[in-house]
Design a protein around this ligand. Structure first.
Ligand code: PLP
Ligand code: LYS
Length: 422
């Protein structure tokens, strides 16, 4: 039986299985902490977006900040996806994974001139420009190279996506995008700049959004602008709807990608914009529930007010609980019979904020393996080396095969670039 919201994760014979692989076996074979991903889950996620957009010009630009491991990027490149990037480093990763530059959109509020040159040289599809000074800087860089940079303006629609304040991005008080009220003027300025070619418009209102309504509100505001721009002779080729669709961590029931995109396309068509190319930038919904973080219970420490299950994964491996108080489901890889107790699942890092889950009920013994679910997005990409902890290894299962896609770091490699003085 698959777990709700996790079509590629099954509970069978008291064990958890990813595609056909027992998670406990993966943990034993490759060691812990270990990220394990399902390639079929990623392919299915890409196919969902592509099906919804089929029959019209479109591009699914996977927001690689969610998970930028080369084999993950390779999987999406092979599925025909483009990429949403936010740094020169991400650009180099896409190219190393075999992704096409002409399918890349470059977002982010602080692109440096060096990153702009790199992206222009590579031939990215579009720069999603987030401010007026950035527009000027991009025009200057492109002109100096004898080029024109293709751009879209990221418009801040001032819509509340109803998500965690740290991951809301489409409100006036957020640092992202050009204010809706200024957009028309900024587009007119962009038209006049020598190094700029106006291509489209984009918006991205936040992350882990679980209903369609904020998307439709933002889309309406975007289409109002597209229409005013057309009235001023600026005819945009594409509309980029951003990303942000949520996944099931606990009991959320977000619309499927297909359902969400269909609703948005219906609005686009109804307002007479069906001829324009549609781009989307999903991250979490492409990879979140394709991955788990496997960890081993090192020590059990029952206490007066709390029981601690100390595991070998920590906040440096998975930041989301410590950073956003995010609730992530934790399950034993092999379910034990017997009484359950309530545990705080904590890591070895020297911070009280170093926990993966609080007040979780299960039966566990020292040495058991646990799986933190929904860890495919914003897990490995946000991992750090705090406490000089090497980052975890990663495996990708694909049918019968298990690929080791990233080796565990060694502690020595972490300080290899440092120098003693004198
Ligand atoms: C510009 C942009 N596009 C796409 C995404 C992907 O968001 P999500 O992972 O929530 O789909 C983000 C991150 O929130 C973003 O900042
Ligand atoms: N890192 C966040 C999402 C950030 C989205 C990036 N714009 C999370 O784990 O939920």
């Amino acid at each position: 039986m698959s777990l709700p919201g996790h079509p590629f994760l099954h509970q069978r014979d008291d064990q958890l299985w990813l595609e056909g692989h027992a998670l406990a076996d993966l943990a034993r074979q490759f060691g812990t902490p270990l990220y394990a991903y399902s390639r079929q889950a990623m392919r299915a996620a890409a196919a969902g977006y592509q099906r919804a957009l089929a029959g019209r010009p479109h591009l699914v630009c996977y927001a690689m900040k969610a998970n930028s491991s080369l084999a993950v990027l390779q999987t999406f490149a092979e599925a025909g996806c483009g990429f949403d990037i936010v740094s020169g480093g991400e650009l180099l990763r896409v190219l190393a994974a075999g992704g096409r530059a002409d399918r890349i959109v470059f977002s982010g509020v602080g692109k440096t001139p060096q990153e702009m040159r790199l992206a222009l040289d590579a031939g990215v599809r579009c720069f999603n420009v987030e401010s007026e000074p950035e527009l000027q800087a991009l025009s200057d860089v492109a002109s100096a190279m004898g080029r024109r940079a293709p751009i879209s303006l990221r418009v801040n629609p001032d819509v509340d996506a109803g998500t965690h304040p740290y991951i809301s991005t489409g409100l006036k008080g957020n640092k992202f995008g050009v204010a809706h009220d200024r957009a028309l003027e900024v587009y007119r300025r962009a038209q006049a700049l020598p190094g700029i070619d106006v291509h489209g418009i984009d918006c991205h209102i936040g992350s882990q959004i679980t209903s369609a309504s904020p998307y439709l509100d933002a889309l309406d505001r975007l289409l109002d602008l597209v229409e005013s721009l057309a009235a001023h002779g600026i005819d945009l080729r594409h509309i980029d709807l951003g990303g942000g669709l949520g996944i099931t961590y606990t009991d959320e029931e977000p619309p499927s990608a297909e359902e969400l995109v269909r609703q948005m396309l219906a609005r686009i068509d109804a307002r007479g914009h069906g001829h324009r190319e549609v781009l989307v930038e999903p991250g979490r919904s492409m990879v979140g529930n394709a991955g788990v973080l496997l960890t081993q219970a090192l020590y059990l420490k029952p206490g007066e007010s709390k029981n601690f299950c100390i595991v070998d994964a920590a906040m440096n491996d998975l930041m989301r609980p410590a950073m956003y108080q995010a609730w992530m489901r934790i399950e034993p890889c092999l379910r034990r019979a017997g009484p359950t107790e309530t545990w705080d699942v904590v890591g070895p890092v020297c911070e009280s904020g170093d926990w993966l889950g609080r007040d979780r009920a299960f039966a566990v013994q020292q040495g058991d393996y646990l799986a933190v679910l929904s860890a495919g997005a914003y897990g490995m990409t946000m991992a750090s080396n705090y406490n000089t902890r090497p980052r975890a290894a990663e495996v990708m299962v694909d049918g019968d095969t298990v690929h080791l896609i990233r080796e565990r770091e060694t502690a020595q490699s972490l300080f290899a670039g440092e120098r003693l003085i004198g």
